[in-house]
Design a protein around this ligand. Sequence first.
Ligand SMILES: *Cc1c(COP(=O)(O)O)cnc(C)c1O
Length: 394
Amino acid sequence: MNDDYSSFATQSIRVSRPRTYEGEHNEPIFTTSSFVFKSAADAAARFAGEQPGNIYARFTNPTVQAFEQRLAVLEGGESCIATASGMAAILAMGLGLLKAGDRILASRSLFGSTTLLFDKYFAKFGVMTDYVPLADLNAWAAAIRPETRLLFIETPSNPLTEMMAIAPLADLAHAHGCLLAVDNCFCTPALQKPLALGADLVIHSATKYLDGHGRCLGGAVVGNKKYVGEELYGVIRTAGPSMSPFNAWVFLSGLETLELRMMAHSAAALQLAQWLEQQPAVLAVHYPGLPSHPQHHLIGDNQQQRTGGGIVTFEVAGGKDAAWRVIDATHMLSITANLGDTKTTITHPATTTHGRLTPEARAAAGISDGLIRVAVGLENVADIQADLARGLGV
Ligand SMILES: *Cc1c(COP(=O)(O)O)cnc(C)c1O
């Protein structure tokens, strides 16, 4: 594994290229479900773990391994396991590291399916979850119980882009013998490296910015060899939420432009957020790159998060009807819940991504009916503004 390049851009292009013996320049896709052995003795040695090598694609596949090694280097982690989706990554984390009686302590502001996975499915197996406000360190400290084993956050959160300082939360977790997992989907390692700040596990939905073009589902967990390379790898190998080699190949090429894209998404999002702040019909704009954001001090070159990222959320006066009017007045923006795409997407969280929550839970998470989330793509910003201006009555 040629992981000794120091720059992110070079690592994202050059680390770990799977090769056949044909001299191909682009990474090959190994579309094979199993691998052959030279002899019966060879097969036995490989199954016994005495000889390295591939056995079956649910366990390992060279294209998938190349993606895992490249992402591990970019996140600064020892090990990475790739999964069929972001949710499969969170499922594998729970299956691998938690047991009945353990508790999760999580931010109240989480991706909707993550909350549902914890409350409905992990709970069936005796793993319960407590929730606290993301940015309140005292609340985290007060809510840790003797059974708490894992702290779980997204920063920035979806959809309100609330942020939390990772380093003090990691210290708190470790002081209580807990692990800290950070869902790094909104930032990617191009903007934020949670492991360097003390987190134990990084979760990815590769579906979003790692692909970057809205083509494939995938996920990953990055961390140390013991937890990720051994425990979680065992879950993937046995339970089978493995990544397809075709998807891994798409993500490998996605990683090659990750830094360029994240900087471009961020620059466009900042411009859009500044423009939205000036619109009379807009009550509030949530974007980490704006000085008005409560955790803006965490943004900057030597800070936790390099730039503000690509997600801008804003609230219009007039509740759901007004929000739907803005969304329906667009011609170019894609009305879809996905994010991390070259195409700008627009979503009404209260009736889509967070529609399964009760109205009380939605209110507690601060998701009002007038809230609109825009995942800023790579089109010309003036065109994105013009598309939103119509519904805002500009
Ligand atoms: C999309 C998303 C997930 C889930 O990923 P999938 O690939 O859709 O399973 C998890 N966390 C966050 C923050 C997300 O945006």
